[in-house]
Design a binder for this molecule. Structure first.
Ligand code: NDP
Length: 294
């Protein structure tokens, strides 16, 4: 069993990005600039946004963080989105989800200029992705593709089973892995809460992507010998042996499943870090006009 080391890969990617930023600086080009909007005090969101800003610093990008009170109205937030859309110095920006209940996430996502949508959540980018056109890919699925690519994992003709059909993970990764070319050309089964006999579906997987949000849900006897397992889940569960009283667990029972796999991502240290690395890659693409031109 080989551990798919998201920490190592994300450090590699960040080093590559930092080297490119150095070159841009030497040539007097524009330094990539990522902005993030955070609304309210959700502790998990604070952690995610800080890690994105820290990554910008590591690679030499410019970053700006717009902090909004939890009581910010939808109109006020939309005005901030418009401001960033119109700011020529900002190459890409994200609105950290979830948003407070009184704000319509869909309306906010739709307001983001697709050319600056480095999270890849706008339907224009989603549609372009589905048709195989140049697009900002959603960061978590893009991070998964990068893991497969950098570990040279064969995907052509493999049976891939995806657990979960969210718009940000399950559905896009199922589309991406079924697209023509590498890493793709898989035969994909997309499963969800209405799927009958989930363990039987999972047993057919050469490549399993688990993104449902239930800690340690996938058990050892569901997984085919030699399968590649990508665990997207980030779940906080009680653990009295930890000072904090909790620990982070994936959607896969790692201890039980790992001995049966050819490759597996750990949680933490797997897909989460690659998500941030993918966001950085998208920001550089935005700055260089690689998707939509300058
Ligand atoms: P959502 O909560 O949006 O979707 C969960 C999906 O799982 C749904 O499609 C749901 O089915 C399905 N599901 C729920 N229960 C079951 C069940 N018992 N059997 C089969 N399917 C089930 O999830 P997200 O995609 O947003 O997140 C999934 C996990 O990934 C979470 O732990 C989240 O924290 C993590 N995550 C990690 C990221 C990273 O960077 N590593 C990024 C994003 C998320 P239905 O559609 O029928 O309701």
């Amino acid at each position: 069993m080989t551990l798919l080391d998201g920490k190592l890969l994300s450090e590699q990617i960040k080093a590559e990005l930092a080297a490119e930023v150095e070159q841009i600086k030497l040539q007097g080009g524009k330094i990539p600039h990522l902005a993030a909007i955070i609304v309210g005090e959700n502790p998990a969101s604070q952690v995610y946004v800080s890690s994105k800003i820290r990554s910008c610093e590591q690679v030499g990008f410019k970053s700006s963080l717009v902090r909004c009170e939890a009581a910010t109205t939808q109109e006020e937030l939309l005005a901030i989105v418009q401001k960033l859309n119109n700011d020529p110095d900002v190459d890409g920006f994200i609105v950290q989800l979830p948003l407070p209940k009184h704000i319509d996430e869909e309306a906010v996502t739709l307001a983001i200029d697709p050319k600056k949508d480095v999270d890849g959540f706008h339907p224009v980018n989603f549609g372009r992705m589905a048709q195989g056109l140049p697009a900002f890919l959603p960061a978590t699925p893009m991070g998964i593709l990068e893991i497969l690519r950098r570990y040279n994992i064969e995907t052509s003709g493999k049976h891939c089973v995806v657990l979960g059909r969210s718009n940000i993970v399950g559905t896009p990764i199922s589309i991406l892995l079924s697209r023509k070319g590498y890493p793709g050309d898989c035969t994909v089964t997309l499963t969800h809460s209405r799927t009958k006999d989930l363990p039987a579906e999972v047993r057919r997987a050469d490549i399993l992507v688990a993104a449902i949000g239930i800690p340690e849900f996938v058990k050892a006897d569901w997984v085919k010998e030699g399968a590649v397992v990508i665990d997207v889940g980030i779940n906080r569960i009680p653990d009295e042996s930890k000072k904090s009283g909790t620990r982070i667990a994936g959607d896969v029972d790692f201890e039980g499943v790992a001995p049966h796999c050819s490759f597996i991502t750990p949680v933490p240290g797997g897909v989460g870090l690659m998500t941030v690395a993918a966001l950085m890659m998208n920001t550089l693409k935005a700055c260089k006009g690689e998707i939509y031109g300058k």
